[in-house]
Design a protein around this ligand. Structure first.
Ligand SMILES: Cc1cc2nc3c(=O)[nH]c(=O)nc-3n(C[C@H](O)[C@H](O)[C@H](O)COP(=O)(O)OP(=O)(O)OC[C@H]3O[C@@H](n4cnc5c(N)ncnc54)[C@H](O)[C@@H]3O)c2cc1C
Length: 335
C-alpha cells in the first residue's frame, strides 16, 4: 500500500470517548518502514506528533494541530525459548490474550478485555485483577522520532510503576512502540487474590480458561462498552497515600478500604470509593456524566465535548481534595 498522509481527519472513530475533534494530519501506520517518511514530513512542517493506538485512554479537548500516527501494524510470533512471544504494536490487546490461551501461554488472563493495542500496553503498564503487564514484559522495540533510530528497551529501561512508565513522563512523545516481547508461563499460573474473581470461581476448579471467562464476565457486567457509550474506563488512578494518612482518614471513615503496595509505609486507596462517598455516581455536566454504577468511569452521554469531561473531572477531584485532602491524578491522557 502506498503510504499516505491525510489532512483534516475527524478523530471521532479513533477515541473511545467518541468526542469529535480534528487532526490536521493523520497517517495510518501499517508498516513501520513508513515512519522515517512520516518523521521527515513532521519535521519539514514543524509539526508536533501524537502516537495513537485505539484511543481508549485518550481524551481530546481540542483539534490536534500536528500529525497523528495511528499505529496499525500487525503480527504475532511465538519465539524460540519457552513462553516467549512478540506482538506488533497495532495488534488488539484482548485478541493477544486469547491467542496466548489458545497456544497454552499463561499469565495474562486477568488482563482480558482491556481495550486498546499491544503498543499502548506498556505506556501505562496496564493492569487489572491483581496482574500488571510488567510481570511478563521482556523488551520492546521503538522508533525514536528524535533520531530516526530503532531502539530496544528492556524492562529496567521502561521504568514501570503503577499505571506508569518512562513513556508517560515523555510529553514530547519521542518514542513510537513498534512491538512488545513477553515471557509467558508454559504452565498455568493463577492469580485469584482479587475479590470478585475468587467468588466467581467458587465451586469450580480454577483453570486459565475459567479465569479468562470470569474476568470477561465481571468486566462486561461492570464496565460500560465504549462501542455503546463513550468512555475510557477508569478516569482517575487509585491514589497512593501514607499509612499515617490512612489511619487519620479511618477516624472519620472506619470502612475506608485500602490495599498493600509492597511498600510498608504506603497504601493504595480505591478512588471509586472516595468518589462514591461524595455522591458522584450519575452526576452530569453538559454531555458528560459519571456512570450510575461506577464513580470512576466518566461517560459521553452522546454530545459531550472533551472540555465537558475535563470540567466534570476537575469538579470531582476538587471535592476529593477538599473532603479527604487527597489529590487525584488522571489515568487518561488529555490531549
Ligand atoms: C472500558 C475500558 C476499560 C479499561 N480498563 C482498563 C484496565 O482494567 N486496566 C488498564 O490498565 N487500563 C484500562 N483501560 C484503559 C486502556 O484500555 C489502556 O490504557 C490501553 O492500553 C489503551 O490502549 P490504546 O491503544 O487505546 O491507547 P491510546 O488511548 O491510543 O493511547 C494511550 C497512550 O499511549 C500512547 N501510545 C499508544 N500507542 C503507542 C505506541 N505504539 N507507541 C508509543 N505510544 C503509544 C498514546 O500516545 C497515549 O499517550 C480501559 C479503557 C476502557 C475504555
Amino acid at each position: 500500500m502506498v503510504f499516505e498522509i491525510q489532512e483534516q481527519v475527524d478523530l471521532t472513530p479513533y477515541n473511545s470517548f467518541g468526542v469529535s475533534q480534528m487532526a490536521a494530519y493523520f497517517a495510518d501506520i501499517q508498516d513501520p518502514a513508513d515512519l522515517p517518511q512520516a518523521r521527515e514530513f513532521a519535521a519539514s512542517k514543524r509539526l508536533s506528533v501524537l502516537v495513537l493506538g485505539q484511543g481508549s485512554n485518550t481524551l481530546f479537548i481540542n483539534d490536534y494541530p500536528g500529525l497523528v500516527l495511528y499505529m496499525n501494524n500487525r503480527g504475532r510470533e511465538i519465539l524460540p525459548g519457552a513462553g516467549m512471544l512478540r506482538a506488533a504494536a497495532g495488534e488488539n490487546w484482548h485478541e493477544l490474550v486469547m491467542f496466548c490461551l489458545q497456544n497454552s501461554l499463561y499469565g495474562i488472563e486477568n488482563l482480558a478485555l482491556i481495550p486498546g493495542t499491544v503498543g499502548a500496553a506498556p505506556i501505562q503498564n496496564i493492569g487489572a485483577y491483581g496482574v500488571e503487564l510488567d510481570q511478563f514484559f521482556v523488551e520492546l522495540e521503538a522508533f525514536d522520532l528524535k533520531t530516526g533510530e530503532i531502539r530496544h528497551m528492556s524492562k529496567a529501561d521502561c521504568e514501570f510503576a503503577y499505571r506508569d512508565s518512562l513513556f508517560k513522563q515523555d510529553p514530547g512523545q519521542k518514542l513510537v512502540v513498534l512491538s512488545v516481547t513477553l515471557q509467558l508461563a508454559v504452565e498455568p499460573v493463577l492469580e485469584l487474590g482479587y475479590a470478585g474473581l475468587k467468588e466467581a470461581l467458587l465451586g469450580q476448579e480454577a483453570t486459565p480458561q475459567r479465569v479468562f471467562d470470569a474476568v470477561c464476565a465481571i468486566r462486561s457486567s461492570k464496565l460500560p462498552d465504549p462501542k455503546r457509550i463513550g468512555n475510557a474506563g477508569s478516569f482517575f488512578k487509585n491514589p497512593v497515600v501514607s499509612r499515617a494518612k490512612l489511619l487519620s482518614l479511618r477516624e472519620s471513615y472506619p470502612e475506608l478500604p485500602a490495599w498493600d503496595t509492597g511498600d510498608a509505609d504506603l497504601v493504595k486507596l480505591p478512588a471509586a470509593w472516595l468518589l462514591d462517598q461524595k455522591g458522584w455516581k450519575g452526576k452530569q455536566r453538559g454531555g458528560a456524566a459519571v456512570h450510575e454504577d461506577h464513580a470512576l468511569v466518566l461517560v459521553n452521554r452522546g454530545n459531550a465535548s472533551g472540555e465537558d469531561v475535563v470540567l466534570l473531572a476537575q469538579d470531582m477531584s476538587s471535592s476529593i481534595l477538599q473532603g479527604f485532602g487527597i489529590a487525584l491524578q488522571t489515568e487518561v491522557r488529555i490531549v
